[in-house]
Design a protein around this ligand. Sequence first.
Ligand code: F6R
Length: 598
Amino acid sequence: MCGIIGYSGHRPAVEVLMDGLKRLEYRGYDSAGVAMVENGHLEMVKRQGELEVLRRALPRFEGRTGVGHTRWATCGRPSDRNAHPFISCDGKLAVVHNGIIENYATLRGELESRGHRFTSDTDTEVLVHLLEEHYRGDLRQALADTVRGIEGTYAIAAIHEKGEEIAAARKENPLVIGLGVKENFLASDVTALLSYTNKVLYVMDGETVSLTPDKVSLFNAEGTMVGREPSLVTWSAEDAQKGGFEHFMLKEIFEGPNAIHNTLLGSLDMIENGEVLPRTDFQAVKLVACGSSFHAAMVGKYAMEDIARVPTTLELASEYRYSLGAREAPLVILITQSGETADTLAAAREARRRGCRTLAVTNVVGSTITREVDEVLYTKAGPEIGVAATKTFLSQLLAMYLLAIRIGYAKGTLSHDSMRGALYSLRQSSNMVQSVLNHIHDIEEASHMIDRAEHCFFIGRNINYPTMLEAALKLKEVSYIHAEGFAAGELKHGPLALLDDSTPVIAVAIKGDHTYEKMLANISEVAARDSPVLGVGCEGDTELTRLCEQVIYIPKVRPLLSPIPVTVALQALAYFVAKRRNCSIDKPKNLAKSVTVE
Ligand code: F6R
């Protein structure tokens, strides 16, 4: 995820900025840059690649006020020109930004028609041009006026050549101020500040900031100055990288609502306007992926068939590349969080060799898969550091629903109103995830049912069959418990032989789903073999409470979208079980984040 650092004080700003950017490296980035006030004018240097590349390009700067940025591309591929900061046409203002400007295309068109020249493909650049239009000598006021016309999310820092002031604004992207003596700091992440100060002010949504070496002023959205007591941070730098969470996995589970929000923000217009899959003259779809991404593809198959009524087949990438292609579909969708998985890349090449159209769903802008396919739909979960996929998996589910809605609407299976209704329901899914997270202690409590088991079953039906395959994969990855996911109807065809009182079964039954009654029957079968059953179902479902030893409740949800909250609940379950077993949660043994070998 992008990182912001700002400094105004008595030290050479470039040193503080580069040190701060170094501390933000763990968030992942593909380019970096700095801008500073140097003897009454602005200087800027930005480079694609490692911070070392930027460091080598820096001249000797003396300025005491500046901003820096590490970029993790979401709009515009990684390159020098798309790196931040951006400078206004008159060369007097510089801006760095985290987040997504949803209405940037409209704003860019308007700005260009008023004579602004753009130098990048990013959404961010509109900010500096708007700031230039609004600037009348008061930088913070100009920024407040700028963000009024912005739709989307942001943490922004801006400087002007004339002074020592940094102006900042925040909406749904973190921003924190570090307080020093005759110097003040600003960052998107407290990690970047801890070597200078532990006295901080958190900027709240809708606020703007004016920061100079001697003074920090906060203003609310109405422009009224607000007072706030500083907080003292007691975390170490490593703790701070994890945002106070004990592990990246838990932090990234908590980032689920944001991952959903950003994936939707970045794609809704593209889906509605048909910019994704402009041609939908195909009769069938094939989904190809590995590991967790394959489970997202499985959920995608149910979504495609339910929402778009398009016949959909699935293939593991490692199998597809060697298959005969007898049941080839004209559109092949490849799902890969990293965009670098060797088998998925090979499958993409094979699909093109067979004459199929290819679309990749990936989380990494500029990754190899984006050069191997005809089209790309980006998930916008931000970089994931824990090896086990959590928030990226969630964003892949969103992408599957979005594509199903796109295809359904284009083919006329969904009316305009139903399409809007479906998108609205997807938007609500981030609230459902938040509600699961608000009750995470119940999940932690339930984890004691599993932590001593050697084997564990996960059962579900219909669209929650793949959810349970994914839940089993998550548990085995991080806790090293042997876990298997089954379509619940398959139990009696073999696996029942393994059940006894030492094998917990986690069963999902969503009230309202047409397989709900069948699931209750399966739960009874399992309980009759003395297996402890941990149910997952909708709040208020007393039937489940009666049949199961314990139940994890999720909010009431349309069965089709239930994999979203169920997934998050079971990711959290895997996490707490692994924690009880003292496992290396963020780096499980034998696993790598990006599998670039066959
Ligand atoms: C599991 C996990 C892996 C990946 C798989 C594919 O938590 O992360 O199973 O899903 O290696 O990786 P991508 O999605 O990068 O192609």
